[in-house]
Design a protein around this ligand. Structure first.
Ligand SMILES: C[S@@+](CC[C@H](N)C(=O)[O-])C[C@H]1O[C@@H](n2cnc3c(N)ncnc32)[C@H](O)[C@@H]1O
Length: 476
């Protein structure tokens, strides 16, 4: 079946799907360009491949794999949605290869195969699993625990089970969100993956919404190729702007640049940007050494609804949102659908911070295609008269033991956070489209002297070029 036909079926089916199922089953289908690229990552010449495709949709991935793999022994596919299955069956029949489509839930089937030591084991798997959070009391969670899988999303559960269903040297190619690379809750999954497989190749899409552009998916996705039981060697890292792969580039990096030797968290780094050759003067100390911490803004507005005030009044404190800053400057109070203030009460007091120094605040969410991921602002206590201040949950807040920071240090930190060098480094490290406090915590920062130097010259209205020139002045 040619690529145009399969792509047109994909778009027709996508339009027919029940929108509730689309979200419940995480139904975002792979374009044939991406599917072909994924299939091209399989090593050739496996004798009589046994192929797994779980969460198969209309079978696009298997159709591509069948172009690369020869003499397939059999294919097993799982698909829970009956609408998908009608197309899936027709598409797979066209291959003329023995196959079986399981109508059951893959998680339940795979777990019982593993517990009962039944079912097939595979030499190849090509998967685009569903993406959906697994809630802590769900049947999926309980079932997964029976085989020792602790994870938080269907995609990592599908991949963890796939790994368990592979034969030694079995190859897996998966397109999945990048969030497992450093998400806190994905540590058990990373540990299993790194223990049981070698990472052979990671492909990253430069533009975060391009892999599933027909479905408007704003996720950073990667394609990862793993081999079960193979000794880890160098890793191929490749990059393209989007699914057309027209500007495809790749390089080979040492595994120790992907997973740092002494990193207990087992974070998976994807070193793509050449310019991230770190200046050791700028990336030299942890936040702890600076006696600074970073936390998520503590005021969750919908949880304190009854205390929100549109305008500042007696017995209220300022409640700051990202929209209160324009071009680096604070505009407060501001006409907006969101409130400007929070009433002080025993129920709200614990979420407030003293206005006794400067805070550096970083937006957690950047707009769709914003140039920079990390955008930092300065909270200057002299700009608003208040004894306490509420930072809304859309912020990350740098503070000194829950108090404000010294002015020059705060200015230096804001300057560094706003530099292109920091942003590039952060992007390599963080797979989220949002900026998490944990990721900021795990970065390296300049020491006191360097921050002091930057802090004496930095001003929030500086242009990007001025900031970068200032930071470039710090020589190694
Ligand atoms: C992200 S889509 C990918 C579809 C296809 N692999 C592709 O790449 O076009 C995930 C698929 O998994 C199916 N699915 C979701 N939960 C499932 C489950 N528990 N068991 C089996 N299939 C499931 C969905 O119906 C959907 O078709």
């Amino acid at each position: 079946m040619n690529a145009e036909i399969i792509d047109s079926i994909r778009l027709q089916v996508s339009a027919k799907l029940d929108s509730k199922n689309k979200s419940q089953f995480g139904q975002f289908m792979t374009s044939s360009k991406i599917a072909d690229h994924m299939a091209s990552l399989f090593d050739e010449k496996t004798h009589k491949p046994k192929l797994l495709d779980c969460g198969a949709g209309i079978g696009s991935l298997t159709l591509s794999a069948a172009k690369t793999l020869h003499d397939i022994q059999f294919i097993e596919l799982w698909e829970i949605d009956p609408i998908m299955r009608t197309y899936l069956e027709k598409n797979i029949v066209s291959l003329g290869v023995p196959f079986r489509i399981h109508t059951a839930d893959f998680i339940h089937s795979a777990v019982s195969f593993l517990l009962e030591k039944t079912g097939e084991r595979f030499t190849h798997a090509i998967i685009n699993p569903p993406y959906k959070k697994i809630s802590s009391h769900s049947e999926h969670k309980k079932t997964l625990r029976k085989v020792g899988i602790e994870t938080v999303n269907l995609y990592s559960a599908f991949l963890a089970l796939t790994i368990m269903l592979m034969e030694q040297n079995g190859q897996i190619v998966a397109i999945i969100p990048r969030s497992f690379c450093n998400g806190l809750y994905y540590k058990p999954f990373r540990t299993q993956l790194l223990k049981e497989c070698s990472i052979d190749h990671i492909h990253i899409f430069e533009s975060r919404n391009k892999a599933f552009k027909d479905d408007d998916v704003l996720q950073e996705n990667i394609i990862i190729k793993l081999t079960k039981g193979k000794e880890q060697s160098d890793v191929v890292i490749s990059l393209s702007h989007d699914q057309h792969f027209s500007d495809y580039q790749e390089k080979i990096v040492s595994f120790k640049d992907v997973v740092k030797e002494k990193d207990n968290e087992r974070f998976i780094h994807i070193p793509v940007h050449e310019q991230v050759v770190l200046n050791s003067q700028l990336f030299s100390v942890g936040l702890k050494e600076l006696s600074i911490s970073v936390s998520t803004g503590a005021v969750v507005d919908f949880r304190v609804k009854e205390y929100l005030k549109q305008e500042p009044a007696e017995n209220t404190v300022p409640l700051l949102y990202p929209h209160h800053f324009v071009n680096g400057e604070l505009i407060y109070p501001k006409q907006h659908k969101k409130p400007n203030a929070l009433r002080v009460a025993p129920e709200t007091e614990k979420w407030l911070m003293p206005s006794d120094g400067f805070y550096v605040i970083v937006k957690r969410f950047s707009a769709k295609e914003e140039k920079k991921r990390v955008v930092a602002y300065l909270f200057n206590p002299n700009e608003i008269k208040a004894t306490k201040i509420g930072f809304e949950n859309h912020w990350n807040v740098f503070h000194s033991n829950k108090h404000g920071i010294d002015e020059t240090l705060a200015r230096g930190l804001a300057c560094f956070l706003n530099s292109t060098g920091f942003d590039n480094c952060f992007r390599v490290f963080s797979g989220h489209t949002q900026v998490n406090a944990t990721d900021l915590k795990n970065m390296q920062y300049p020491n006191f002297d360097v921050l002091d130097k930057l802090g004496h010259q930095y001003h929030p209205t500086m242009t990007q070029q001025q900031i970068d020139e200032l930071v470039a002045g710090i020589k190694e």
